[in-house]
Design a protein around this ligand. Structure first.
Ligand SMILES: Cc1cc2nc3c(=O)[nH]c(=O)nc-3n(C[C@H](O)[C@H](O)[C@H](O)COP(=O)(O)OP(=O)(O)OC[C@H]3O[C@@H](n4cnc5c(N)ncnc54)[C@H](O)[C@@H]3O)c2cc1C
Length: 399
């Protein structure tokens, strides 16, 4: 009988264990989990609702949603994509709703339904889940050293194959194997900006902006939310994901570039006569996409008097206004977490992993799934889809 040790009872580990037990009923599949219960993180995903996957219908390019690991994900999604995920859970009684933005949630709006489904699938397959078992090291000969929560008892397993699914910032368990690791840094966070004008607009939502970091090519599009500490919302989270490593190296300092109108200078200049034609003051003729208060703040930032009329602006005043609308800048003074929700970028370097099986090139019999690999995504269900796709590939690769 073959023995498979899955390390980490998170989304990827539990899904992989459930699949393995079904594919190979005669194998012994055991999961070692450091925490007292399996899938504690999965239980709180999506604010407790679990954004389990995404329809991908609004994804132009996979690198837009997987800043790290897009090429590998392209391959894996062919084998096990969002439809397959919904089918697997659907066969076990879970119903889903897809939001207008492509995010998919269980109809119950309850992440615990997904947790319970996986627990049941593992139980049916006879998977042994050992909680309070923290793995301390994995060696090249696949020895797995663990310690029980008390710290007093420990031991070593020697399975036929090991699946490492310990999530973000845990790849150091492999330090004795020679496997190359990419340093971990946080991704998906909001940005602190000490600008009184911006902060006074707390709660303002602007639907289509382009954000960037000056001196870099990082750009993101989407909805911006102004908060009492700076900026948040999907556009900010995407930018933090794209530039996660750059921002970490810059100690979360830099200049945020905001194109409030999400258009080019010529496009904006084409629209100005329509706004100016109203005969009102500049401050009183805001474009539909910007709120009255935000527009007034931006007009002030362009150095234009609140009572100035369009005709008084002159070419210099107009240039300042255009510049503020499409190339506004704010100093970033730090990062903040997004509702406790962040993922780690970094982990096992992808060139160490065979793309077709997700087995280590260096340590045969050692497989990887989930966030422990150097794959991470923007928000929207893409991170969990990576967990499902990688786990599925591993389960179908171990022979
Ligand atoms: C609050 C929050 C909300 C999120 N919401 C969403 C969402 O709605 N949709 C989405 O797509 N993504 C979401 N994410 C991201 C998503 O949860 C992760 O990408 C996903 O859980 C990764 O799965 P994983 O199995 O690789 O790792 P995890 O789910 O992190 O599981 C790893 C497991 O390994 C265990 N472990 C770690 N070290 C050891 C060790 N040494 N020995 C034994 N066990 C160990 C951990 O205790 C854990 O149980 C969210 C993340 C957070 C933090």
């Amino acid at each position: 009988m073959r023995t498979i040790a899955v390390i980490g009872a998170g989304a990827a580990g539990c899904f992989c264990a459930a699949l393995l037990s079904r594919l190979h009923p005669d194998w012994k599949v055991c999961v070692l989990e450091a925490a007292a219960h399996p899938m504690q993180k999965l239980a709180v995903t999506g604010g407790g609702r679990c954004n389990i996957t995404n329809s991908f219908e609004f994804v132009d390019s996979l690198s837009d949603v997987y800043p790290r690991g897009a090429n590998l994900m392209k391959r894996l999604l062919h084998s096990f994509g969002p439809e397959d995920c919904l089918h697997w859970f659907g066969e076990r009684g879970v119903r889903f709703v897809t939001q207008g933005d492509g995010c998919v949630f269980p109809q119950s709006q309850d992440a615990m339904q997904i947790v319970r489904t996986l627990v049941r699938a593992m139980e049916e397959g006879g998977v042994q889940v050992l909680c309070n078992h923290k793995v301390t090291a994995i060696e090249r000969d696949l020895s797995v050293h663990f310690q029980e929560a008390s710290g007093k008892l420990g031991g070593t397993l020697r399975p036929d194959a090991v699946v490492l699914t310990t999530g973000g910032a845990t790849a150091r368990l492999l330090s004795g194997t020679g496997i190359e690791l990419v340093g971990d840094v946080p991704s998906l966070f909001t940005l602190k900006i000490e600008d009184e004008g911006l902060r006074s607009l707390m709660g303002t939502v602007v639907d289509n902006v382009t954000l960037g970091l000056t001196g870099t090519r990082f750009r993101s599009h989407g909805t911006l939310l102004l908060t009492d500490w700076g900026v948040s919302g999907p556009a900010t989270l995407r930018l933090s994901s794209y530039a996660a490593r750059w921002l970490s190296e810059s100690q979360y300092r830099g200049t945020l570039l905001v194109n409030w109108m999400d258009c080019s200078e010529p496009e904006l200049r084409d629209r100005l006569p329509e706004m100016a034609g109203s005969g009102r003051t500049v401050a009183n003729s805001h474009p539909a996409e910007l709120s009255d208060r935000l527009w007034k703040m931006l007009v002030g930032r362009a150095g234009i008097r609140p009572d100035a009329r369009w005709a008084e602006l002159g070419s210099k005043g107009l240039a300042r206004l255009v510049n503020t609308l499409i190339s506004d800048t704010y100093e970033i003074t730090g990062r903040a977490r997004f509702k406790e929700e962040f993922v780690t970028c970094g982990g096992v370097a992808l060139h160490e992993i065979r793309p077709d099986t997700l087995e280590s090139r260096r340590v045969p019999g050692l497989y990887f799934a989930g966030e422990v690999m150097d794959i991470d995504a923007v928000t929207g269900g893409f991170n969990l889809q990576a967990a499902w796709s990688t786990a599925w590939t591993v389960a179908h690769s171990i022979r």
